[in-house]
Design a protein around this ligand. Structure first.
Ligand SMILES: Nc1ncnc2c1ncn2[C@@H]1O[C@H](COP(=O)(O)OP(=O)(O)OP(=O)(O)O)[C@@H](O)[C@H]1O
Length: 252
């Protein structure tokens, strides 16, 4: 096991806190303002859905909050660690230990087995996977008996379950998911979402999920809306129709 110079995120009031988060991308001679001064806090253990029209900045938001990208201005706290102050190597180490990320497109390594894919974040961090924990995760995402398969031998729903187990193997405090059910049919998507939400609850993780689907967002504790790179309010435990109405107002 390698030693770390980064403390575990201590018990802070918020699991994720963004302060005036701004991201601009160059676009020829102009700049695209993907995020414009977003400030918010997400409480530990909450399930938060992020919604908004196409181009509103949802993926940018998630990538910055997870430390996959760096902001132009502003700060990102995970627990009470300001990850925007860390060097790029330190952010990578921090991310591997405390943050899980589930992509829409699974991002599995094709020549590694399911079991090897799940272990990868631990191996990349120089740590030995805890076999008992891995087994528990494999069971809880419904992949029992499939760990020797290759990703090419899985359905989309099974592949996303592997991605979820891989995101959880390090016991992260926060799990980010970008349209994790976007490539799946409704039934499979619902099952995968149940797995993700159930695991987050069982392992007391904070879950932040980007979705276009009001039915998916309605299962969250809170829905936050983005529009034109700005926070455009939130709804606590809304119904799908309240969410749909809000999206129409925002010009979905
Ligand atoms: N790497 C990049 N370079 C330039 N512009 C970018 C880049 N990434 C995103 N953008 C721009 O930033 C804005 C926000 O993009 P983002 O992908 O965060 O939106 P989104 O809400 O996730 O959209 P969608 O729902 O369509 O996935 C858009 O105008 C997009 O074109």
């Amino acid at each position: 096991m390698t030693s770390t110079t980064i403390a575990s995120p201590p018990q802070a009031d918020s699991a994720v806190r963004l302060v005036h988060l701004t991201k601009t991308y160059p676009n020829g001679p102009e700049q695209v303002a993907a995020l414009q001064g977003v400030s918010l806090a997400i409480r530990p253990g909450a399930f938060t859905a992020i919604m908004g029209p196409s181009g509103a900045g949802k993926s940018t938001f998630l990538n910055l909050a997870a430390g996959l990208d760096t902001p132009t201005h502003g700060q990102v706290f995970i627990g009470d660690i300001d990850i925007t102050e860390l060097s790029s190597d330190a952010v990578t180490r921090f991310r591997r230990r405390h943050v899980g990320f589930v992509f829409q497109s699974y991002n599995l390594i094709g020549h590694l087995t399911v079991g090897e894919n799940i272990q990868l974040p631990m191996l990349l961090d120089g740590r030995r996977p805890d076999e008992q924990w891995q087994q528990e995760l494999v069971e809880s995402v419904g992949l029992t008996g499939m760990t020797e398969r290759l990703p090419g031998e899985l359905s989309g729903g099974q592949a996303q379950r592997v991605a979820i187990a891989r995101a959880l193997i390090t016991r992260p405090t926060v799990v980010f998911a970008d349209e994790p059910t976007g490539a799946l049919d409704r039934r499979t998507g619902d099952q995968v979402l149940d797995v993700l939400r159930g695991a987050a609850k069982r392992f007391t993780q904070t879950l932040v999920l980007v979705t276009h689907d009001p039915h998916v967002a309605a299962t969250a504790d809170e829905v936050l809306f983005l529009a034109d790179g700005r926070l455009a309010g939130g709804l606590v435990a809304p119904t799908p129709s309240q969410i749909a109405t809000r999206l129409v107002e925002l010009g979905r």
